[in-house]
Design a protein. Sequence first.
Length: 425
Amino acid sequence: MSFAATARDGILGTLRAPDLRREALNYGKLMSGTLGRMGLQALYFFVLANALSLAELGLFASAAAVGLMLASFSGLGFGGLAFRAAAGRPRLLGRYLGAYFAGLCLTLPLGLALALPVWLALFQAAMPLTAFAAILLVEMGIWRSLEVLAQAQTGLGRYGASSLILTLGASIRAAGAVLLAMTGGGLDAWVAIYFVTNLLALAVVWYFLRPAARLRLRLRLLRARLRDGLMFAVSYFALNAQGQVDKVIVLSLADARLAGIYAIASRLVDFTALPLRSFYALYTRKLIGEGRRIRNAVRRILTMEAVILAISTLGFLVVVGLLSQWPLLLGHNIATALPLLALMLAVPAFRNLLEFHGELYFVGGRMTARAVVAVGLAVLGSGALALLLWSTQDIIRVGLWLNAIYAGLYGLSALALFKFVTGRT
């Protein structure tokens, strides 16, 4: 089945009333977990942003960004393929999960080795190697595995279990941040708490909430799907890089304090994507499992993009409005980021639309095309940000130009997607 046919199938497709009720119920289950996670993540963010100094927060956010980018390759990309298996061929889920965990044993030490030059260049003077490695292990191994288990449950249609996994992880993380605030520790104490709480979350999820699939390692499957897995990993890395490498660039071209301010603004922008990601999960599973054709794919994609733009912008305006009215509502450190945040009006919508484009490629099974487009956008975006920071570090100019950078990335992504959906490539 072609990508165009798959895309035509799903976006606000022709559903009967029972289908609409079922999809609404499923989305409600996902959203209930999302709303809970939003509250927990807001608590986590608020406490952590005020428990650490801006410089410490910048260092932690930058190290976590390195780990998140490397986490894209965790398990050789079989985490994403496990979701597809759960949605389309659930009897094979145990084999794909087995391939993921086998690949994880290989990618963890490789990721740590690849990150060593980054530590030497950017973190050596400010963060011990053990702390840097602990943050990377959380992002590459512990949290990524928890996400894979949640995605597998979503693919199986067990939305309540999927939401519970991520909510549980978020709650334990938030408890760790509260513990840090109560004890008054600094970055070293937070890294230790961060590692232990995430490990605890994975242990609880593995014991109580993992999918009922027996892990099996099949080398034949590993070899046959390795290319697809790596293409997924490359594209996932590029998509992650669009939202994470900027923190590393800011740290390298500016200083830890500005990196902290940027990390706060970026995190508040991320909150606008949480309700949409629940929809993406449900929508993607529906498209993978169906094969009907409907007309007007491009028009329906544009309609969905309008909805994403409206939700993203409205949510962002609410956050900025609250902080403008009560600057100290979330603490002094977050108030410091308000001048940058208030200028990034278009950034949330364009970032969320880029993520939506990536989901459409994933549904069509076109991992290579997804990887090529995502890598190209990540390189262009990183280069543009580096040039911006090289020319100015004035917060007002940086905030205004970020809108132009993301608008350009969206335009290129939309052009590539349009050509791909319509077959004009």
